[in-house]
Ligand binder design. Structure first.
Ligand code: PEP
Ligand code: MN
Length: 291
Protein backbone atom coordinates (compact mmCIF):
# COMPACT_ATOMS: atom_id res chain seq x y z
CA UNK A 1 0.00 0.00 0.00
CA UNK A 2 1.22 3.48 -0.81
CA UNK A 3 2.61 5.31 2.21
CA UNK A 4 0.38 8.19 1.12
CA UNK A 5 -2.68 6.27 2.28
CA UNK A 6 -1.20 4.54 5.32
CA UNK A 7 -2.31 7.08 7.88
CA UNK A 8 -5.79 7.44 6.46
CA UNK A 9 -6.85 3.82 6.41
CA UNK A 10 -4.55 1.91 8.75
CA UNK A 11 -7.06 2.10 11.63
CA UNK A 12 -9.35 -0.24 9.66
CA UNK A 13 -6.96 -3.10 10.31
CA UNK A 14 -9.41 -5.90 9.40
CA UNK A 15 -9.92 -4.70 5.84
CA UNK A 16 -6.75 -2.82 4.98
CA UNK A 17 -4.25 -4.41 2.66
CA UNK A 18 -0.77 -5.09 3.94
CA UNK A 19 2.30 -6.43 2.16
CA UNK A 20 1.85 -9.85 3.74
CA UNK A 21 -1.94 -10.33 3.51
CA UNK A 22 -3.64 -12.26 0.72
CA UNK A 23 -6.64 -10.90 -1.15
CA UNK A 24 -10.00 -12.09 0.16
CA UNK A 25 -11.94 -14.39 -2.13
CA UNK A 26 -15.63 -14.52 -1.26
CA UNK A 27 -17.20 -17.86 -2.16
CA UNK A 28 -20.91 -18.22 -2.88
CA UNK A 29 -21.51 -21.81 -3.98
CA UNK A 30 -19.12 -22.25 -6.88
CA UNK A 31 -18.91 -18.51 -7.58
CA UNK A 32 -15.69 -16.94 -6.33
CA UNK A 33 -15.53 -13.15 -6.11
CA UNK A 34 -12.07 -11.60 -5.94
CA UNK A 35 -10.35 -14.43 -7.81
CA UNK A 36 -9.53 -14.75 -11.50
CA UNK A 37 -13.14 -14.83 -12.68
CA UNK A 38 -15.01 -11.59 -13.46
CA UNK A 39 -18.36 -12.14 -11.72
CA UNK A 40 -21.58 -10.66 -13.11
CA UNK A 41 -24.72 -10.35 -10.96
CA UNK A 42 -27.79 -9.36 -12.96
CA UNK A 43 -31.54 -9.11 -12.57
CA UNK A 44 -34.35 -6.67 -11.94
CA UNK A 45 -34.24 -3.76 -9.52
CA UNK A 46 -37.36 -5.22 -7.84
CA UNK A 47 -38.97 -8.63 -7.92
CA UNK A 48 -42.47 -7.84 -9.27
CA UNK A 49 -44.13 -11.18 -9.98
CA UNK A 50 -43.27 -14.80 -10.73
CA UNK A 51 -43.24 -14.48 -14.49
CA UNK A 52 -40.98 -11.41 -14.44
CA UNK A 53 -38.34 -12.93 -12.14
CA UNK A 54 -38.33 -16.36 -13.84
CA UNK A 55 -38.05 -14.85 -17.30
CA UNK A 56 -35.25 -12.54 -16.17
CA UNK A 57 -33.39 -15.29 -14.30
CA UNK A 58 -33.37 -17.55 -17.34
CA UNK A 59 -32.39 -14.71 -19.65
CA UNK A 60 -29.48 -13.44 -17.56
CA UNK A 61 -28.23 -16.98 -17.10
CA UNK A 62 -28.23 -17.49 -20.86
CA UNK A 63 -26.50 -14.12 -21.23
CA UNK A 64 -23.64 -15.24 -18.97
CA UNK A 65 -24.54 -13.94 -15.50
CA UNK A 66 -23.13 -15.84 -12.51
CA UNK A 67 -25.67 -14.63 -9.93
CA UNK A 68 -29.23 -13.28 -9.86
CA UNK A 69 -30.04 -9.94 -8.23
CA UNK A 70 -33.58 -8.82 -7.31
CA UNK A 71 -34.97 -6.49 -4.68
CA UNK A 72 -37.53 -7.75 -2.15
CA UNK A 73 -37.26 -4.87 0.34
CA UNK A 74 -36.79 -1.64 -1.59
CA UNK A 75 -35.28 1.58 -0.22
CA UNK A 76 -37.13 4.10 -2.44
CA UNK A 77 -36.47 7.81 -2.56
CA UNK A 78 -40.24 8.46 -2.51
CA UNK A 79 -42.49 7.03 0.23
CA UNK A 80 -45.21 6.70 -2.47
CA UNK A 81 -43.10 4.49 -4.78
CA UNK A 82 -43.29 0.67 -4.90
CA UNK A 83 -41.64 -0.65 -1.73
CA UNK A 84 -41.08 -4.26 -2.81
CA UNK A 85 -42.95 -7.54 -2.22
CA UNK A 86 -40.98 -8.50 0.89
CA UNK A 87 -41.27 -12.15 1.89
CA UNK A 88 -43.24 -13.05 -1.27
CA UNK A 89 -40.32 -11.77 -3.34
CA UNK A 90 -37.84 -13.82 -1.29
CA UNK A 91 -39.90 -16.94 -2.03
CA UNK A 92 -39.90 -16.14 -5.75
CA UNK A 93 -36.14 -15.63 -5.68
CA UNK A 94 -35.75 -19.04 -4.07
CA UNK A 95 -37.86 -20.52 -6.85
CA UNK A 96 -35.69 -18.79 -9.46
CA UNK A 97 -32.58 -20.28 -7.84
CA UNK A 98 -34.16 -23.74 -7.93
CA UNK A 99 -34.96 -23.26 -11.63
CA UNK A 100 -31.60 -21.84 -12.75
CA UNK A 101 -29.07 -22.71 -10.07
CA UNK A 102 -28.07 -19.04 -9.89
CA UNK A 103 -27.14 -17.80 -6.42
CA UNK A 104 -29.25 -14.91 -5.12
CA UNK A 105 -28.18 -11.47 -3.92
CA UNK A 106 -30.88 -9.28 -2.39
CA UNK A 107 -31.01 -6.26 -0.12
CA UNK A 108 -31.77 -6.30 3.59
CA UNK A 109 -32.88 -2.91 4.95
CA UNK A 110 -33.68 -3.63 8.56
CA UNK A 111 -31.89 -5.63 11.23
CA UNK A 112 -35.33 -7.14 11.99
CA UNK A 113 -35.31 -8.79 8.53
CA UNK A 114 -31.76 -10.16 8.63
CA UNK A 115 -32.79 -13.68 9.68
CA UNK A 116 -35.51 -14.07 7.06
CA UNK A 117 -33.37 -12.64 4.24
CA UNK A 118 -30.46 -14.87 5.26
CA UNK A 119 -32.80 -17.87 5.12
CA UNK A 120 -33.59 -17.23 1.43
CA UNK A 121 -30.60 -15.34 0.02
CA UNK A 122 -27.06 -16.45 -0.73
CA UNK A 123 -25.64 -12.95 -0.35
CA UNK A 124 -26.94 -10.02 1.71
CA UNK A 125 -26.90 -6.61 0.01
CA UNK A 126 -26.51 -3.51 2.15
CA UNK A 127 -27.85 -0.63 0.08
CA UNK A 128 -26.26 2.77 -0.33
CA UNK A 129 -28.79 4.36 2.03
CA UNK A 130 -27.96 1.83 4.77
CA UNK A 131 -24.17 1.95 4.56
CA UNK A 132 -23.83 3.67 7.90
CA UNK A 133 -26.61 1.79 9.74
CA UNK A 134 -24.26 0.21 12.25
CA UNK A 135 -26.82 -1.99 13.98
CA UNK A 136 -27.72 -3.45 10.56
CA UNK A 137 -24.02 -3.89 9.72
CA UNK A 138 -23.46 -5.70 13.03
CA UNK A 139 -26.47 -7.93 12.38
CA UNK A 140 -25.24 -8.97 8.91
CA UNK A 141 -21.84 -9.42 10.49
CA UNK A 142 -23.39 -12.20 12.57
CA UNK A 143 -25.68 -13.72 9.89
CA UNK A 144 -23.32 -16.25 8.33
CA UNK A 145 -23.89 -15.08 4.73
CA UNK A 146 -21.51 -13.07 2.54
CA UNK A 147 -22.25 -9.35 2.36
CA UNK A 148 -22.35 -6.97 -0.61
CA UNK A 149 -21.69 -3.54 0.88
CA UNK A 150 -22.66 -0.62 -1.36
CA UNK A 151 -21.00 2.76 -1.04
CA UNK A 152 -23.27 5.47 0.35
CA UNK A 153 -24.51 8.22 -1.96
CA UNK A 154 -22.28 10.80 -0.29
CA UNK A 155 -19.76 8.54 1.43
CA UNK A 156 -16.02 8.85 1.26
CA UNK A 157 -13.88 5.77 0.54
CA UNK A 158 -12.71 6.01 4.14
CA UNK A 159 -16.31 5.75 5.37
CA UNK A 160 -17.00 2.74 3.13
CA UNK A 161 -13.96 1.00 4.63
CA UNK A 162 -15.10 1.95 8.12
CA UNK A 163 -18.45 0.25 7.50
CA UNK A 164 -16.69 -2.81 6.07
CA UNK A 165 -14.58 -2.93 9.21
CA UNK A 166 -17.79 -3.02 11.31
CA UNK A 167 -19.08 -6.08 9.39
CA UNK A 168 -15.75 -7.92 9.59
CA UNK A 169 -15.29 -6.98 13.25
CA UNK A 170 -18.76 -8.44 13.95
CA UNK A 171 -17.54 -11.82 12.76
CA UNK A 172 -18.03 -11.82 8.99
CA UNK A 173 -14.91 -11.74 6.80
CA UNK A 174 -16.87 -12.27 3.54
CA UNK A 175 -17.44 -8.71 2.41
CA UNK A 176 -17.55 -7.47 -1.19
CA UNK A 177 -17.48 -3.70 -1.74
CA UNK A 178 -19.57 -2.01 -4.43
CA UNK A 179 -18.95 1.34 -6.12
CA UNK A 180 -22.39 2.47 -7.32
CA UNK A 181 -21.82 6.11 -8.14
CA UNK A 182 -21.77 9.11 -5.82
CA UNK A 183 -23.66 12.38 -5.73
CA UNK A 184 -21.81 15.26 -7.39
CA UNK A 185 -22.85 18.54 -9.05
CA UNK A 186 -23.39 16.63 -12.32
CA UNK A 187 -27.00 15.94 -13.21
CA UNK A 188 -26.65 14.47 -16.73
CA UNK A 189 -26.18 11.11 -15.02
CA UNK A 190 -28.08 9.90 -11.95
CA UNK A 191 -24.82 9.67 -10.00
CA UNK A 192 -21.14 9.97 -10.90
CA UNK A 193 -19.24 6.70 -11.37
CA UNK A 194 -16.14 7.20 -9.24
CA UNK A 195 -13.81 5.08 -11.32
CA UNK A 196 -10.80 6.14 -9.25
CA UNK A 197 -12.44 4.70 -6.15
CA UNK A 198 -12.07 1.20 -7.60
CA UNK A 199 -8.35 1.75 -8.16
CA UNK A 200 -7.91 3.24 -4.68
CA UNK A 201 -9.84 0.36 -3.06
CA UNK A 202 -7.76 -2.20 -4.94
CA UNK A 203 -4.65 -0.55 -3.57
CA UNK A 204 -5.76 -0.16 0.03
CA UNK A 205 -8.01 -3.13 0.84
CA UNK A 206 -7.81 -6.90 0.38
CA UNK A 207 -11.59 -7.11 -0.12
CA UNK A 208 -13.08 -7.68 -3.60
CA UNK A 209 -14.62 -4.66 -5.34
CA UNK A 210 -17.46 -4.70 -7.86
CA UNK A 211 -19.17 -1.91 -9.81
CA UNK A 212 -22.88 -1.15 -10.22
CA UNK A 213 -23.04 0.83 -13.48
CA UNK A 214 -26.87 0.90 -13.39
CA UNK A 215 -27.24 3.15 -10.34
CA UNK A 216 -24.10 5.08 -11.28
CA UNK A 217 -25.46 6.01 -14.70
CA UNK A 218 -29.23 5.93 -14.32
CA UNK A 219 -29.44 5.61 -18.12
CA UNK A 220 -29.34 2.29 -19.93
CA UNK A 221 -27.25 3.57 -22.86
CA UNK A 222 -24.33 4.18 -20.50
CA UNK A 223 -24.27 0.72 -18.86
CA UNK A 224 -22.07 -0.89 -21.50
CA UNK A 225 -19.33 1.80 -21.63
CA UNK A 226 -19.22 2.09 -17.83
CA UNK A 227 -18.96 -1.69 -17.56
CA UNK A 228 -15.96 -1.65 -19.88
CA UNK A 229 -14.37 1.01 -17.68
CA UNK A 230 -15.07 -1.17 -14.63
CA UNK A 231 -13.23 -4.13 -16.17
CA UNK A 232 -10.33 -1.93 -17.26
CA UNK A 233 -9.84 -0.29 -13.86
CA UNK A 234 -9.64 -3.66 -12.12
CA UNK A 235 -13.10 -4.40 -10.71
CA UNK A 236 -13.86 -7.99 -9.72
CA UNK A 237 -17.36 -7.93 -11.17
CA UNK A 238 -20.59 -6.08 -11.91
CA UNK A 239 -24.08 -5.66 -10.51
CA UNK A 240 -26.43 -4.86 -13.41
CA UNK A 241 -30.18 -4.24 -13.62
CA UNK A 242 -32.08 -6.22 -16.26
CA UNK A 243 -35.86 -6.26 -16.82
CA UNK A 244 -37.88 -8.12 -19.48
CA UNK A 245 -39.86 -4.95 -20.20
CA UNK A 246 -38.05 -1.89 -18.72
CA UNK A 247 -40.77 0.62 -19.69
CA UNK A 248 -43.19 -1.25 -17.41
CA UNK A 249 -40.74 -1.75 -14.53
CA UNK A 250 -42.00 -0.74 -11.08
CA UNK A 251 -38.55 0.67 -10.24
CA UNK A 252 -35.47 1.84 -12.12
CA UNK A 253 -36.79 1.09 -15.62
CA UNK A 254 -34.71 3.86 -17.22
CA UNK A 255 -31.49 2.19 -16.20
CA UNK A 256 -32.56 -1.42 -16.80
CA UNK A 257 -31.29 -3.36 -19.80
CA UNK A 258 -33.57 -5.70 -21.73
CA UNK A 259 -32.37 -9.32 -21.81
CA UNK A 260 -31.28 -8.75 -25.42
CA UNK A 261 -29.27 -5.66 -24.43
CA UNK A 262 -27.71 -7.55 -21.50
CA UNK A 263 -26.57 -10.31 -23.83
CA UNK A 264 -25.13 -7.73 -26.23
CA UNK A 265 -23.34 -5.99 -23.35
CA UNK A 266 -21.79 -9.27 -22.21
CA UNK A 267 -20.65 -9.98 -25.76
CA UNK A 268 -19.07 -6.51 -26.05
CA UNK A 269 -17.41 -6.99 -22.67
CA UNK A 270 -15.85 -10.36 -23.40
CA UNK A 271 -12.62 -9.17 -25.15
CA UNK A 272 -12.02 -6.80 -22.22
CA UNK A 273 -12.54 -9.63 -19.74
CA UNK A 274 -10.14 -11.81 -21.74
CA UNK A 275 -7.54 -9.06 -21.63
CA UNK A 276 -8.11 -8.77 -17.88
CA UNK A 277 -7.45 -12.50 -17.42
CA UNK A 278 -4.20 -12.19 -19.38
CA UNK A 279 -2.96 -9.29 -17.29
CA UNK A 280 -3.97 -10.70 -13.90
CA UNK A 281 -1.77 -9.89 -10.99
CA UNK A 282 0.63 -12.77 -10.23
CA UNK A 283 -1.12 -13.47 -6.89
CA UNK A 284 -4.41 -14.13 -8.73
CA UNK A 285 -2.76 -16.34 -11.34
CA UNK A 286 -1.35 -18.41 -8.47
CA UNK A 287 -4.89 -18.77 -7.13
CA UNK A 288 -6.13 -19.84 -10.59
CA UNK A 289 -3.34 -22.42 -10.81
CA UNK A 290 -4.36 -23.91 -7.46
CA UNK A 291 -7.78 -25.01 -8.80
C1 PEP B 1 -30.52 -1.38 -5.85
O1 PEP B 1 -29.52 -2.11 -5.97
O2 PEP B 1 -31.60 -1.56 -6.47
C2 PEP B 1 -30.39 -0.16 -5.01
C3 PEP B 1 -31.46 0.38 -4.41
O3 PEP B 1 -29.15 0.30 -4.99
P1 PEP B 1 -28.48 1.51 -4.12
O4 PEP B 1 -28.61 1.09 -2.70
O5 PEP B 1 -27.07 1.51 -4.63
O6 PEP B 1 -29.24 2.77 -4.46
MN1 MN C 1 -32.45 -0.22 -8.45
Amino acid sequence: MSSHWNGTFSCFDRVVRTDSCVRTIVEIGDVRIGGPEFVVMAGPCSVENERQIMETAEAVQKGGAHMLRGGAYKPRSSPYAFQGLGLDALKLLKKARERTGLAIVTEVMSELDVDVVAEYADMMQIGARSMENYSLLEAVGRCGRPVLLKRGLTSKIEELLRSAQVVVESGNPDVVLCERGIRTFETATRNTFDVAAVAVLNAVTHLPVIVDPSHAAGIRELISPLSRAAVAVGADGLLVEVHPCPEKALSDGNQSLTPYQFKAMMRELSPYIELRQKSLQPELVAVAGDD
